[in-house]
Write a protein that binds this ligand. Structure first.
Ligand code: NAP
Length: 393
């Protein structure tokens, strides 16, 4: 009998997306065709007053970075690199912050929506205070993104690497929820929030004198329909993007990019296609001119992270052991953090426009994107619509 979590979670009620997403878990994914069944954060937002306080704290905790140069080394820059990681309060983001901070070569800006959670996470991960700063960023609000950028610029730090990592996933949501700007939450946060952030910080990266400047947007196998995992319904599909062009507001436009009815699992997958297309469009527009390396990656199936928090409890209980012992597609948070840290700093991963994956022996390789996730005209269209939605065009 095919062993599948599908059989175990076939419960009545609001589990449609969960069941659809769980069906193919019996497939061996150890050849890196792994499934990332994420669940998103449903959280209360900070009040404006609290946010102001946190932003003030964030600026106050920022100090001018130590720049250490060795005169006899000529152009060689030995200062610590500065990397911004969004969503560094848990999972992949936190593990990456830890891996980079531990080298002593990086100062990590943990760009997080919950300041106190991020501070506690950094402490419990044992990250030395000298190696990180928490700054408030809520990607589900364009105002917050702009405020974060203003705070960062005010800090006087250089920007060497930006990692767009944060994400929400709502696999069991029956109805859409919205960002502060009235945009469907998954695409609004995962894609548009990061799109605005990256565009506003590009100049800072251009000005960096760091030997290798990088902009990394975390992708996912689930957006890639050239894999088994990517073929688990509902499949990612941007269609003609009529919903995106209409602003994903659910009033005069659909909440889904393709104009169809709301599906939380699909909205996440669509947002991940946008992430991967955006990385490639950045590469085409800016790599030659700026020398910045633009990259995306699939870190592996990190079955224990908070991304799955909105899945039904039984799924959350069974998913990690299922990935560990049955599909063998499981990757620990520590290991995934080392992988993303490699994309941030490994001198051998400087190729731009690339989507990285890792094989069974945890060796990196350049992976193929699906036809849609590498479609040049779709990438341009996503870019052009997105810059209107975030107020840049
Ligand atoms: N887990 C997997 O198997 C897997 C596989 C492939 C790709 N990925 C990708 O890996 C990345 C990290 O996911 P994860 O698995 O580490 O999940 P996670 O532990 O839930 O981390 C997500 C992070 O995003 C933050 N976040 C959510 N909404 C935000 C907002 N509006 N503003 C700022 N930050 C926000 C969360 O903050 P809070 O701590 O405040 O909730 C959290 O720090 C995502 O891009 C995901 O698509 C994951």
């Amino acid at each position: 009998m095919a062993l599948s979590i599908h059989n175990l979670v076939n419960l009545p009620g609001k589990t449609t997306a969960t069941l659809k997403d769980s069906t193919l878990l019996g497939v061996s994914l150890s050849d890196h065709r792994k499934v990332d069944f994420s669940s998103s954060a449903s959280r209360s937002k900070l009040t404006l007053t609290k946010r102001k306080v946190l932003e003030t704290q964030a600026v106050a905790t920022t100090s001018t970075p130590a720049v250490t140069r060795v005169p006899s080394e000529g152009k060689k820059t030995l200062r610590k690199g500065t990397v911004i990681i969004t969503g560094a309060s848990s999972g992949l983001g936190l593990a990456t912050a830890k891996a980079l901070a531990e080298t002593g070569k990086w100062h990590v800006i943990m760009a997080c929506r919950d300041f106190l959670k991020a501070e506690r996470a950094a402490k419990s991960a044992g990250i030395s205070k000298d190696n990180y700063t928490v700054m408030h960023l809520d990607l589900a609000s364009f105002d917050s993104v702009r405020q974060f950028v203003a705070n960062f610029k005010q800090s006087g730090r250089p920007l060497d690497v930006l990692v767009c990592n944060a994400a929400v996933y709502q696999p069991t949501a029956q109805e859409p929820t919205f960002t502060a700007d009235g945009i469907e939450l998954s695409v609004g946060t995962n894609h548009l929030g990061h799109f605005l952030l990256s565009r506003l910080l590009l100049d800072d990266m251009k000005q960096s004198d760091y030997p290798s400047k990088r902009l990394i947007i975390v992708g996912s196998i689930t957006g890639n329909t050239n894999t088994l995992a990517g073929n688990v319904p509902p499949k990612a599909n941007l269609g003609d993007m009529r919903g995106l062009a209409g602003g994903l507001n659910g009033l005069n436009s659909s909440t889904m990019i393709d104009g169809d009815k709301f599906d939380g699992a699909k909205a996440y997958k669509d947002s991940k296609i946008c992430n991967m297309l955006t990385m490639q469009e950045f590469h085409r527009r800016y790599h030659e001119e700026t020398g910045i390396t633009f990259a995306s990656l699939y870190p592996g199936c990190i079955a224990t992270t908070g991304l799955f928090r909105e899945h039904i409890p039984l799924f959350r209980l069974l998913f990690p052991p299922f990935q560990k012992f049955i599909t063998k597609g499981y990757v620990s948070e520590d290991e995934s953090g080392k992988r993303l840290a490699q994309v941030v700093s490994d001198p051998s991963l400087t190729k731009s426009g690339v989507y990285w994956s890792w094989n069974k022996d945890s060796a990196s390789f350049e992976n193929q994107l699906s036809a849609e996730a590498s479609d040049v005209s779709k990438a341009r269209k996503v870019w052009e619509i997105s810059e209107k939605l975030v107020g840049l065009a």
